[in-house]
Design a protein around this ligand. Structure first.
Ligand SMILES: *[C@@H]1O[C@H](CO)[C@@H](O)[C@H](O)[C@H]1NC(C)=O
Ligand SMILES: *[C@@H]1O[C@H](CO)[C@@H](O)[C@H](O)[C@H]1NC(C)=O
Length: 304
């Protein structure tokens, strides 16, 4: 396929980027942005909305508007959400996560004010497109996140982790103590959600994702690599099974919690996050789960 040589060039670029980052030089596209506490915390609402809608629809077949419609601040309802065919335990877990996201949206709104929910696309097709891009192929039949527990968990692998690294990214730039304490409290729950999803997937790491003939571990590695490519700021995302040189203390290949070589959380800036969730590699080109772009000052300014 014609895309392959570009992919190799891209991977080479990534290695260079990582080297440069390690050497303490940061590329302009990876620098922290300048924004006040309110704008940074409101930016996180974009991901909280995405998580709330995907989890609530997946577990229960209904979304934020059925539970707390005022928190959408007049934003349009998401398109494409459906109830997923989940095992009872997975459904309970995802249902709980969905309610937690409602709480997060409320906590942020009370603290710094809300923003309108952006247009979200959580259709099976949007996830299928993302999976095809990540795997650099066209899966047949198309990947359906709502078809079973394993597919749903793989689709979920995509989301809280991005929220988590975004929260870590805001911390050095926050000024007020109340902002820091709010972000730390949100981060705690977000990290917990990511860990549960990754642990459930890890139990099935060697299982083949039917009917595609690829293991769960390979899916997670490819999704993580793809996010690194889109974000363009080196390796901040790793799959469930990694080379021992990247594992905790260089002693293990399991990677149930994604962290850097020193076991500290990675962080991402808003432009990096938008490049990922837009699926376009550009904070100026919306698409993917956010067909109209993110909401709030930061996403809007970056768009223009
Ligand atoms: C949602 O995403 C799918 C797949 O990319 C696309 O075909 C569909 O038009 C999108 N819907 C909206 C409303 O953006
Ligand atoms: C792990 O190995 C790398 C080199 O491969 C080294 O730079 C790093 O310090 C090691 N980390 C620990 C915690 O031993």
């Amino acid at each position: 396929m014609a895309a392959r040589p570009y992919m190799s060039a891209f991977l080479l670029l990534l290695v260079v980027l990582e080297f440069v980052t390690v050497m303490g030089v940061t590329f302009p596209q990876c620098r922290p942005i300048v924004a006040d506490d309110r704008d940074q915390i409101q930016f996180a609402l974009n991901l909280e909305f995405l998580e709330a809608e995907f989890f609530l629809f997946g577990a229960l077949g209904k979304g934020l508007d059925d539970f707390d419609s005022s928190s959408a601040q007049g934003g349009p309802p998401p398109v494409g959400g459906r109830i997923a065919d989940l095992e009872p335990t997975v459904r309970r877990i995802i249902e709980e996560f969905g309610y937690q996201e409602i709480g997060h949206i409320r906590a942020i709104t009370r603290s710094v004010g809300g923003i309108p929910r952006p247009q979200l696309n959580i259709s099976a097709e949007a996830f299928a497109t993302a999976m095809n891009q990540a795997l650099d192929t066209t899966l047949s039949p198309p990947f359906d996140p709502y078809a079973n527990s394993l597919n749903y968990l793989l689709a979920s692998y995509v989301i809280p982790y991005v929220g988590l690294v975004g929260y870590v990214g805001t911390i050095p730039n926050l000024i007020r103590k109340t902002s820091l304490s709010l972000v730390a409290s949100l981060l705690g729950v977000e990290a917990g959600q990511d860990a549960v999803i990754r642990a459930l997937l890890y139990e099935r790491a060697d299982e083949t994702v039917r009917p595609y003939g690829l293991t769960v571990a390979s899916f997670t590695n490819r999704i993580s690599e793809f996010r690194n490519q889109l974000a363009m700021c080196g390796v901040k995302d790793e799959g469930l099974i990694i080379p021992v040189q990247l594992g905790a203390e260089n002693r293990t290949t399991s990677n149930i919690l994604s962290a850097d070589a020193g076991s500290l959380s990675y962080s991402r800036t808003p432009p990096e996050i938008l490049r990922i969730v837009y699926g376009s590699g550009s904070e100026r080109r919306p698409g993917g789960f956010f067909p109209g772009g993110g909401s709030g000052r930061i996403a809007t300014l970056l768009l223009h």
